[in-house]
Design a binder for this molecule. Structure first.
Ligand code: FAD
Length: 430
């Protein structure tokens, strides 16, 4: 592909930007990805030994998207961990709720994948597409629109132009800033500590999350060499506490102490906990771009919205953005309409904004409810969790949300309606 022949420039080649590039590249679009990071390593040892620190819980809808792109089979042949159960409880009270794949007749409620493995799986597929070019280790430094084209400058001094541009450049999206798109921001007052542990008792394919006074603590199940005694930890807590936990992860002695605190936090449900990796932390800021689109420009993934990791939805929402945007653009081009048409971009925004806003609001509500020490709210959450646990129709609704089966889903991500009707009887498999 010649230098300025692209149909679209994608700024950011993370999970969301790479997926969008694959969707468009498969449809024959000429795509240039610009990423500040190095190209993902496609190493045959990936998926062996100690699991990577950063993982994502993927919904059934995301799994369907990755299956349709021929990414899932490569991942599954290496390392993914299915979970059939979820347990959520209030460490400060008596409320508890449990979900099981059998409640809705599915094989799994979701899968935990290592981010680096998913990035490698996407990069491997992208390499096979001649119409997709990836520029790695280069940073976007400037953006203007000129004669109907997006013109970008990079820190290597090069310029590129194309009619369309996408910001998939993460929560602090430089492109969003350069395009002058305002963002609503809410500091959650929390930071997330991540690490990997080995547990005394096997997780049995169950994802666990408990709400402590300082924030939620999640044990996400991993399968390592066929064993179910590893978990990935996401511990959301105050920034000061997060710094302390990260410091504990830096020495052998500290890691022993961190293991004791994790085991206590989980109420001993998985026995002793051994910390086997460092424990870095990430600030948690919820952000929502006030617009997802501009002239010939769209924002996807964390560039459009970033949210509290307590429901593990960030990547999933971003993948749905990518699939909807690709669906709208590919459909428009087949009809002979210009993909940069404002109405097409507006349709993308309409289809995604409400679902994303609802998830952001739900995360805020959860954090308020569980962060409160007010007796009335504590009573409400205990009653709420245990009450919902007894109400099968409400539980099914919540499971559908966890599976990503809601909203205006792109075609590739939909379960067939017939299978869901069967699943409602508890007999079918979507
Ligand atoms: C602790 C934690 C746990 C999480 N757990 C889950 C989970 O279980 N499930 C889930 O769905 N989500 C989870 N998330 C959220 C998830 O990690 C994010 O939503 C997701 O990574 C966003 O992907 P993205 O591709 O939009 O952005 P990013 O992954 O941030 O990628 C952005 C890309 O843009 C590039 N970039 C940035 N600036 C420039 C520039 N100037 N020029 C060129 N390139 C640039 C970067 O190099 C990067 O590759 C979690 C988040 C945290 C913090």
């Amino acid at each position: 592909m010649k230098k300025d022949d692209s149909d679209v420039l994608i700024i950011g080649g993370g999970i969301v930007g790479s997926t969008l590039a694959l969707l468009l590249g498969e449809a024959g679009w000429r795509v240039t990805i610009v990423d500040a990071a190095s190209a993902p390593e496609i190493d045959e040892t990936l998926g062996q030994g100690k699991p990577a620190l950063r993982v994502s819980a993927l919904t059934a809808a995301s799994q369907r998207l990755l299956t349709s792109l021929d990414v899932w089979s490569w991942l599954a042949a290496r390392r993914v961990a299915a979970y059939r159960g979820m347990q959520v409880w209030d460490a400060e009270g008596s409320g508890e709720i449990g979900f099981d794949a059998d409640d809705v007749g599915v094989d799994a409620l979701g899968h935990i994948v290592e981010n680096e493995l998913l990035l490698a799986a996407l990069a491997r597929r992208l390499q096979a597409l001649p119409s997709v070019e990836r520029l790695s280790n280069v940073r976007l430094t400037g953006y203007v629109r000129d004669a109907g084209q997006a013109v970008i400058t990079m820190d290597n001094g090069e310029q590129r132009r194309a009619p369309l541009i996408v910001g998939a450049d993460g929560a602090n999206s430089p492109l969003r800033g350069m395009a002058g798109i305002p963002v609503r921001e809410r500091d959650t007052g929390q930071a997330a500590v991540v690490t990997t542990v080995r547990t005394g008792i096997g997780h049995g394919g169950v994802a666990r999350q408990t709400f402590l006074a300082t924030g939620p603590l999640a044990f996400l199940p991993l399968i390592v060499e066929g064993r179910d005694d590893h978990c990935s930890i996401v511990w959301s807590t105050t920034p000061g506490e997060a710094r302390r936990l990260t410091a504990l992860g830096e020495t052998d002695e500290g890691r022993v102490q961190l293991g004791v605190e994790l085991a206590r936090g989980l109420g001993g449900r998985l026995g002793d906990v051994e910390v086997i990796d460092a424990a870095p932390h990430f600030p948690i800021t919820q952000r929502h771009a006030q617009r997802y689109v501009d002239d010939g420009l769209a924002l996807v993934g964390d560039a459009a919205h970033s949210l509290h990791p307590l429901a593990g939805q960030g990547v999933n929402l971003g993948l749905m953005d990518a699939a909807v945007l690709a669906e709208e653009w590919i459909r428009a081009r087949r009809r002979g309409a210009p993909a940069g048409d404002r109405r097409i971009l507006a349709r993308y925004e309409r289809r995604r904004r409400n679902d994303n806003a609802a998830m952001l609001a739900a995360m805020q509500g959860f954090q308020r409810l569980f962060g409160s020490q007010q007796p009335a709210l504590r009573l409400a959450r205990n009653w709420g969790l245990s009450g919902v646990d007894r109400l099968m129709p409400v539980k099914r609704l919540l499971i559908r949300q966890a599976l990503g089966e809601y909203g205006d889903l792109p075609e590739r991500c939909q379960a067939t309606s017939a299978s869901w009707e069967l699943a409602e009887d508890g007999k079918g498999r979507p």
